[in-house]
Design a protein. Structure first.
Length: 139
């Protein structure tokens, strides 16, 4: 069985951003030489997420609005975590909602997606360099 590992790095200049990382994951798959197996893609930060959905800007705006209703950033005093001097408690909660990782089947050397599925990195406390782990196993 083959095993492949790569870190993808992003410079996220804003506080929140959704980045389609499907092309980078497909490149990792090509580099791995795996034709049948699994790929794990996970955020390496506790204020970020990796998820699968449609690459449609209206949906992404809806996510932002929905997540802000569920875990609003302000006022930062509403969160005990922020008593430590942080201002990112909401980002931890948004990550919990959107999830840490995805696993995608690899069939005939391709990511085995459903219609419209793409892999996204969701950043909820950016303004610094962040990374995603891609781990591929298979034959």
């Amino acid at each position: 069985m083959k095993s492949y590992r790569k870190e993808l790095w992003f410079n996220v200049t804003g506080r929140r951003e959704f980045i389609n990382i499907t092309p980078q994951v497909q490149e990792c798959l090509r580099e791995s030489g795996v034709s049948e197996g699994l790929v794990l893609v996970n955020a390496m930060h506790i204020t970020a997420s990796v998820f699968i959905n449609d690459d449609e800007s209206g949906l992404h705006k809806d996510y932002e609005k929905w997540l802000e209703k569920l875990a609003p950033h302000a006022p930062i005093s509403q969160y005990r975590h922020n008593d430590t001097g942080e201002d990112n408690a909401d980002a931890h909660m948004k990550r919990q909602i959107m999830g840490r990782e995805v696993v995608v089947a690899i069939t005939d050397g391709q990511l085995d997606f459903g219609t419209w599925e793409q892999i996204f990195y969701g950043e909820f406390d950016g303004r610094r360099r962040k990374r995603v782990l891609v781990k591929i196993i298979g034959e």
